[in-house]
Every structure is written in C-alpha cells, then in structure tokens.
Design a protein around this ligand. Structure first.
Ligand SMILES: Nc1ncnc2c1ncn2[C@@H]1O[C@H](COP(=O)(O)OP(=O)(O)O)[C@@H](O)[C@H]1O
Ligand SMILES: O=C(CO)[C@@H](O)[C@H](O)COP(=O)(O)O
Length: 473
C-alpha cells in the first residue's frame, strides 16, 4: 500500500493528512498552531509543519506529498536563501495605498482604466492581499530589504522547497530549485492566469528589480524530491487545493469559512471582473478558479464567542436559539478591515439595537448572519461572472457550526452540502500527491450531508445590504 501526504499550511495552523494513495483512506494525521498576526516569519511555518508531521507519525513511509498553503504571502529570500524579513500575509492591509497607486498608474491616473488593464493582464484587480502590492510597500518603506531580495516565493513554494532539502545557505543553486503551481502563481499579481506567464515589468515597477521567481510546474508534474526520496507535487493555493479535496464539479460553489471567507468555483474559462469583487485565479487542474475572498469570517465568531464568554459550540447553540434575522440586529463584520468590498480601513458595525433584541442569542445570530451575508455578495458577484451555482459545498473550520450551516441554507437560498468533518485543503494536496505518483487524479469519494432547508426570508439579506452598502456610499 503506497501512502501519500497532504499538507495545509493555513493562516491559523498546519495540518498533515496521510492517506492510502489508491483508496484515499485516512491512515493518520497531525496538526500544530501558527502564531497570530499578519506578519509571520516563515520559520514559524516550518516549525509547525515539523511538529504536525511528527504528530502524524512522520513521513518515512510516504511515497509522495504536496503542500497547499495560504495564498499571496510575500516570502522574500536573499541570494544565500535566507528569509529577508517576516512574510506579510494575505490579510495584512498595509499595502492598500500601494494597490491604489498601482491601479492608477496603469490607467495613467484613471482607476477604471487601470482596473481594466490589470484584469486583462492578470485576471485580478490588485488589492492589499496580493504579493505585488506588498513588494511595492517593501520598496517604498524598507528599501534596504527590497535591495536584498534575490527571489520571491509564496508560503507553499517555500515549504515545498524546504521539504526538498533547500534553505538558508543553499545559495543561488538552491534558489533555482524553487517551484510553484499555476493556482498560487495566479494570486501574486505578477502572473497571468490565462497566458501562464510572469509579468517582469510589473515586478520591476513594484520592487525596483526583477527577482528570481519559482518555475511554474504543471498539475501532474514533479516539483522535487525529499532527501528520503518521496516525490513532491506542485502544491497549490489553499482554495484550489480545497476544490480538489471536495472534488468540486460544474454547478458546485465552494464556501469556505476559515480566517478568510471564500466563495469560489472551478470554471473552464478565466474570470475578468473589473469591479474587483471576483479574482480571476487559476485552479490546480489546468482550469480556472473565480473567487471572492473576505478578511472576516471565523475570527468574527471567535471574537463574539469570547465577548459572550462562551465556547464555539455554545456560541453556535446560542445563534440557533435566536430567530432568523436576529430580532432586527445586523452585524457588518468588517472587524479587520475588508477586502471584498475593498475597504481596508473599515471597522465593523452593529445596527438595529433595541432594549428587547439586545440579547446574547441575537448577537451570536447576527455575527453568523453578517459573515454569511458578506459572502452572499461574493456569490452574487461570481454568478454575475457566469458561474453556475446549483449547490453550495460548505467547508473550513466554521462549517462545523450547525448555526452557520443553517444560516447558509437560509440566506444563500441554495441547497447546502457539508462534507464529513475533515481537512479538505490537506486532502486536496494528498490527492495531488497521489496524482503525481499515478499520473492521473484518483477517484476518491467523500461523504457529505445536505443541510435540512429551513424557512428563509430575503429581507435579512436586503437589510444587511443596506447597512453594508452605506460603507461604499
Ligand atoms: N464549532 C465551531 N463553530 C464555529 N467555528 C468553529 C468551530 N470549530 C472551529 N471553528 C472555527 O474554525 C476556525 C479555523 O478554521 P480553519 O479553516 O482551520 O482556518 P484557517 O484555514 O484560516 O487556518 C477558527 O477560527 C474557529 O473559529
Ligand atoms: O487570500 C485568500 C484567498 O485569496 C485566503 O483564502 C488565504 O488563502 C488564506 O486562507 P485561510 O487560511 O483563511 O484558509
């Protein structure tokens, strides 16, 4: 029995699953936490990966592995392979002004023309999350660090590279061994999802020079080998890996609730949304992955549960005890600023408070509804791009909450399916590892339950849109 490993290095933690390469049966697994913050030294990911691997019983008997990772994080290496500074993560908003400047400059001062330029050049209008804007921030604010950058890669690229035995001190030959895949490259802002080429001019304008970039390997290509001889797959951005993990097909829209809220679908055509709501990413199979991403999902639940002094299970039970519409409370969940819509400096707000509706249950319910409604807008933006939505596949840590499951079914007004509890990003990476071993994607099945539909009421989403819309006005 050949074994494969799938790794998910996400914002909050690192998860490792070890599966039978043929049947997909779960053999063992492990996880370890990441530090908090929007700026993290990659060594912390390596430490967490090492701990998660050891908790999963090691990789000694594994024939192939792949890494899925949080997208966009800026990992800068000097010419010896040392990390130049802690990585700025996807949810770090300090490069918001750089994003605006990059758009305006491309349009000769006109932001609409600039957005059009970027959508046709890369598939995505730059926002603070993208690696390109972080590089510009670096050049403007830390020019000495910028000058030392010999190579730029993403979290999953860097971890695959370390697993292949490269790292500090491996020099320029080491840098030349960096690899990435199309899905993660498409989130950088300096790669065209449709042509499959990097944009050196964009990099030169942002960073001041063109650093070495990881070679982009195909969906079934080998990106390297561990010193013990296990094959390393191309890896993927975490959302593309999740699409693989749940086996998303035509008509499926995946809704993932982790630190980020994402809504995405596999599509045979690239997206081109000049409004910036939908990012035109690539997937991990050679297709595309139109995606909308918010900065505020399960941490809104964490913060509200902490405020109420309850566990996450109690928080969910409280939210279920309140009526649909939370007695008139509306929570706009922009606690950490927001990316979709692009409001990096926004803060959250609570509306409609009366003496009677101001209860713990309504507050918990309003938090759940606010997060789901913010993603309903992402779903609508995907549909406006021609994505067919027949059902929602709900995943991520937040999918475990029965209140979230119910609210998704009520507010999105589509059938909602919840796969059996699992790590679907890591599973997608394991599936990719199996594909690299066998030369084709395996046909692994996963159990899923459809959420029982509860009465819905369009006025809840309409009320949310009034309050959230006021931010844009
Ligand atoms: N029962 C639950 N109810 C609500 N949220 C939950 C529950 N269990 C886990 N979570 C949420 O899952 C989140 C972590 O999800 P995960 O998908 O691993 O995040 P990330 O991929 O961003 O690291 C935590 O913030 C936590 O709030
Ligand atoms: O920025 C995006 C997608 O564009 C995020 O989805 C990150 O990829 C982080 O994901 P999680 O760690 O929250 O799952």
């Amino acid at each position: 029995m050949a074994l494969v490993a799938g790794i998910d290095s996400s914002t909050q933690s690192c998860k490792v699953v070890i599966r039978d390469a043929g049947t997909g049966a779960l053999v063992r697994q492990g996880r370890a936490s990441h530090p908090d913050g929007t700026e993290v030294h990659p060594d912390a990911w390596w430490d967490a990966l090492s701990e998660a691997i050891s908790r999963a019983g090691g990789l000694g008997d594994v024939s192939a592995l792949s890494v899925g990772g949080q997208q966009h994080g800026m990992v800068c290496l000097d010419r010896d392979g040392n990390v130049v500074r802690p990585a700025l993560l996807w949810n770090d908003t300090r490069s918001a002004q750089a994003a605006l400047d990059i758009i305006r400059e491309a349009g000769n001062g006109d932001p609409e023309l600039g957005a059009g330029f970027w959508v046709s050049a890369t598939g995505t209008v730059p926002v603070a999350s993208l690696t390109l804007t972080k590089l510009r921030w670096l050049a403007e604010n830390e020019p000495e660090n910028a000058a030392r950058v010999a190579a730029v890669c993403l979290p999953h690229d860097w971890l695959s590279w370390r697993l292949a035995g490269f790292g500090p001190g491996t020099g320029e030959a080491g840098l030349a061994a960096l690899r990435t895949d199309r899905s993660d490259a498409s989130g950088t802002g300096y790669y065209s999802a449709s042509s499959g080429e990097y944009l050196p001019d964009a990099l030169r304008a942002a960073l001041g020079h063109v650093p070495l970039l990881p070679a982009v390997v195909g969906p079934l290509e080998i990106a390297g080998k561990t010193p013990e001889g296990a094959l390393i797959g191309p890896g993927a951005g975490d959302n593309a890996a999740a699409a693989l993990g749940v086996g998303a097909g035509v008509g499926d829209v995946v809704l993932s609730l982790g630190t980020s809220g994402t809504v995405f679908a596999v599509s045979s055509a690239p997206a081109a949304d000049a409004s910036g709501l939908v990012a035109g990413f690539a997937d991990a199979t050679g297709n595309y992955l139109p995606l909308a991403c918010t900065l505020n999902a399960t941490r809104v639940f964490d913060a509200t549960a902490a405020l109420l002094g309850v566990s996450l299970d109690e928080f969910s039970a409280l939210a279920l005890a309140a009526p649909l519409g939370a007695g008139g409370l509306t929570l706009v969940p922009y606690f950490d600023g927001e990316r979709t819509p692009n409001l990096p400096d926004a803060t959250g707000s609570l509306h409609g408070i009366t003496r009677t509706n101001y209860t713990s249950a309504n507050l918990a319910r309003a938090a759940v509804e606010g997060v789901v409604c913010s993603l309903a807008d992402g779903l609508a933006a995907l549909q406006a791009q021609g994505v067919e939505a027949r059902r929602i596949i709900l995943i991520g840590g937040g999918a475990q909450s029965p209140a979230v499951q119910q609210a998704a079914s009520q507010l999105l007004e589509l059938p909602v399916v919840v796969p059996a509890p699992g790590e679907y990003v890591a599973d997608g990476a394991a599936r990719q590892a199996s594909a690299v071993l066998a030369g084709a994607f395996p046909d692994w099945s996963a159990d899923a339950t459809e959420v029982t539909a509860a009465p819905s009421d369009g006025s809840v989403l309409a009320r949310y849109r009034r309050h959230a819309g006021a931010y844009l006005a």
